[in-house]
Design a protein around this ligand. Structure first.
Ligand code: AMP
Ligand code: ZN
Length: 666
């Protein structure tokens, strides 16, 4: 046998064993023999680099580093799915489709709705050529090197009936066992555990080092072949074909002859979901007949022929152990429920936010109550109900604290605000630490390497009193602090020194003036041009600035009324921090001149900041709330319904990031 033949035989064998092992769960050789064959192939490939093949089984182990992920246009847009929550939604959907199609009955496939990150795989001549994330549906990131490390993704398909090119879509998921094991390892290493399997799966796709991806127990579940329609007649047939081609299609899908059968399936899985080794958030129902699918087509957002049925959020009961009160950097108090740890949707829940005093009063929460917790879309679960039948007869209601848990100052509450505040902003440790943490955060001065714990240590050791003192410390001050290696101390000092380049608007944001967020800081910086001009501005002058109202104006004035803050600014000035607006570069184009944009929701292809910068670079204006003067709302995922209604009622067009980009093309 020639070397070429040896290599090709080994590759073919290993592809086959891989399928047997990972997809069919029926290996015919031992792990040891498999590893030996893989090692033999690796040796041959290393010795004969001319035979390199990106789809060789040796490439699964990772190793490739991707610095920047290429953006790739999807040949076919990746749509979202419409959601339904009850039987009536589904009957209405069926009626709409029957009307369009002129039929009286339809059959469906029901598939589980895997909760992960969507992926689109393209195969050319039976080989995996490209894996792209959903992105904004129009274009996504090419993450092929990372996807290759997932063992159930075939790198090469041997069936003789695969089309020359086709795309197949699926979901990258992280099974619960693997997720728990990853978290256990993180906790052992003293790291924060990951929040949930879905975010961890989608984060994994964008890791630059594919070795790290290979180490994560990811899986890829496939659900849709996008190819010439004449290839199959039904969704059911295409799922079966995908399985035959070597893709992993979970076996739980079913053919439902009518809507009654669909409803049975929904009930079955609503109950059985917790027995699955991975998370699902519902069921996807699809019209089975592909010719009907084609005729039904798409709305602006989703196919008319498919519907997601969302399960009710999972809820569990547990006990309230205690209520603790956290003090934020602005002095705002947040009450947090400490719960008896309980497993909810794959993660252990120990805490739930109680928001504010009214929330607790409305719940009528008593000490040691048995409460229902639910996980919504948010990361922190919420308490949705109290099981009063389990309440102890002598239990007392939770009474909101009257004094700061950290400094004992009497709390205050503005009549039109829900939150209580600790007014002792200069003496209350968590507020002082929080202000420094805010000052150094990524969007402010971007000083890396200092955690809240270190900041607290620095304050307790009287190294710093405020963020302005950061510019006076040296490496020798830092090293004795607990757990700070010399190297990291050096880096921190470097990062502090580098931060004096941060532009004025970021400095202004970093100061942590209440209500002065990034957008407001930019506006103020642009309008006043320097800290001196801003610090002497009157309320009228402040309110004359676009978007600045009484609340912000009062807060700015209060900030500059404090002598301590003047001292801090003098210190920053001495450290050469930018306290004046530098001459700006002109706009890139005037394509968006005179247009006012509201940016809302979550974007996948851009960060919100990038999007805002893009608009400003082309002469557009960013405004924070929708009014009749708004030209466009640029909407990502999860735009709130209130904003959507407001835009619609005012007739303000809602566009995607994609459509915005098109507006920039001259
Ligand atoms: P949503 O993100 O809520 O609009 O839901 C659409 C997403 O559901 C798609 O982008 C897929 O990634 C995901 N999904 C999970 N399971 C399935 C399935 N069986 N069929 C279609 N889409 C699915
Ligand atoms: Zn306090």
């Amino acid at each position: 046998m020639t070397v070429a033949e040896k290599i090709s035989t080994l590759r073919k064998e290993l592809h086959e064993h891989n399928t047997r092992y990972y997809l069919e769960d029926a290996p015919v050789i031992s792990d040891q023999v498999f590893d030996e064959k893989l090692a033999a192939l690796k040796t041959l490939e290393d010795a004969h680099p001319a035979f390199f093949d990106p789809n060789s089984p040796t490439q699964r182990v990772g190793g490739a580093i991707t610095k920047n992920f290429n953006t790739v246009m999807h040949e076919h847009r990746m749509y979202s799915l419409d959601n339904s929550y009850n039987k009536q939604d589904l009957l209405d959907w069926e009626a709409r489709m029957c009307k369009i199609l002129g039929v009286t009955a339809l059959d469906y496939t029901c598939e589980l709705k895997y909760d992960g990150a969507s992926i689109s795989l393209t195969y050319v001549n039976g080989k995996l050529s490209q894996a792209v994330t959903r992105g904004d549906g129009f274009q996504g990131d090419e993450v092929t090197n990372n996807i290759k490390t997932i063992n159930t993704v075939p790198l090469q398909i041997s069936s003789n009936d695969v089309p020359e090119t086709f795309t197949i879509r699926g979901e990258i998921i992280l099974p619960l066992e693997g997720f728990k094991a990853m978290n256990a390892a993180r906790i052992r290493a003293g790291e924060e555990p990951y929040m949930n399997p879905r975010n961890t799966a989608s984060g994994s796709l964008k890791l630059q080092d594919s070795n790290l991806v290979a180490a994560r127990p990811l899986d890829c579940f496939l659900y849709q072949i996008v190819a010439d329609r004449s290839l199959f007649k039904t969704q059911l047939e295409s799922l079966k074909t995908a399985t035959r081609w070597g893709f992993y299609v979970p076996k739980h899908y079913t053919h439902a002859a009518n809507m009654d059968a669909v409803l049975l399936y929904l009930n079955e899985w609503e109950e059985k979901r917790s027995t699955l080794p991975y998370e699902i958030d519902g069921v996807v129902i699809k019209v089975n007949n592909l010719a009907f699918q084609e005729e039904l087509g798409y709305t602006a957002k989703s196919p008319r022929w498919a519907m997601a049925y969302k399960f009710k959020a999972e809820a569990v009961e547990t006990q309230l152990q205690d209520v603790v009160y956290q003090v934020g950097r602005t002095g705002a108090i947040t009450p947090v429920a400490q719960l008896t740890p309980v497993l909810l949707g794959g993660t252990i829940v120990k805490r739930a936010s109680l928001h504010n005093a009214d929330f607790i009063a409305d719940l009528d929460l008593h000490h040691h109550d048995t409460v229902s917790v639910e996980k919504g879309g948010e990361i922190i679960p919420k308490i949705t109900a109290i099981n009063t039948s389990k309440r102890q007869p002598n239990s007392v209601a939770v009474r909101y604290i009257t004094n700061c848990p950290e400094c004992n100052t009497a709390l205050e509450r503005n009549p039109d605000e829900a939150q209580h505040y600790c007014p002792n902003s200069n003496g209350c440790l968590p507020q002082r630490v929080g202000r420094v943490a805010h000052f150094i955060s990524r969007k402010a001065m971007d000083i890396d390497g200092l955690g809240a714990e270190t900041i607290q240590l620095m304050m307790q050791n009287n190294l710093i009193n405020s963020y302005a003192d950061l510019y006076t410390i040296s490496e020798i001050d830092l090293v004795p602090l607990e757990r700070l290696a010399e190297k990291s101390a050096q880096n921190i000092i470097k990062a502090i020194a580098a931060s004096i380049e941060a532009p004025f608007s970021r400095v202004l944001f970093a100061l942590g003036i209440r209500y002065v967020g990034q957008t407001v800081a930019k506006k103020l910086a642009q309008h006043f041009g320097s800290i001196d001009a801003l610090s002497t501005a009157t309320a009228d002058e402040l309110e004359a600035v676009d978007e600045i109202g009484t609340r912000i104006a009062e807060s700015v004035i209060a900030f500059f009324a404090s002598t301590e803050n003047h001292q801090i600014i003098a210190q920053l000035r001495a450290a050469s921090v930018q306290l004046e607006q530098q001459a700006e570069e002109g706009p890139v184009s005037n394509a968006l001149a005179d247009l006012r944009f509201v940016v809302s929701g979550v974007f996948t292809a851009f960060s919100r900041d990038e999007l805002k910068m893009l608009i400003e670079q082309h002469g557009g204006k960013i405004v924070s709330s929708i009014s009749s003067k708004t030209s466009y709302v640029v909407a990502g995922d999860n735009m709130g319904p209130a904003k959507k209604n407001k835009a619609e009622s005012l007739g303000v067009p809602i566009i995607s990031a994609q459509e915005l980009q098109r507006m920039l093309i001259p």
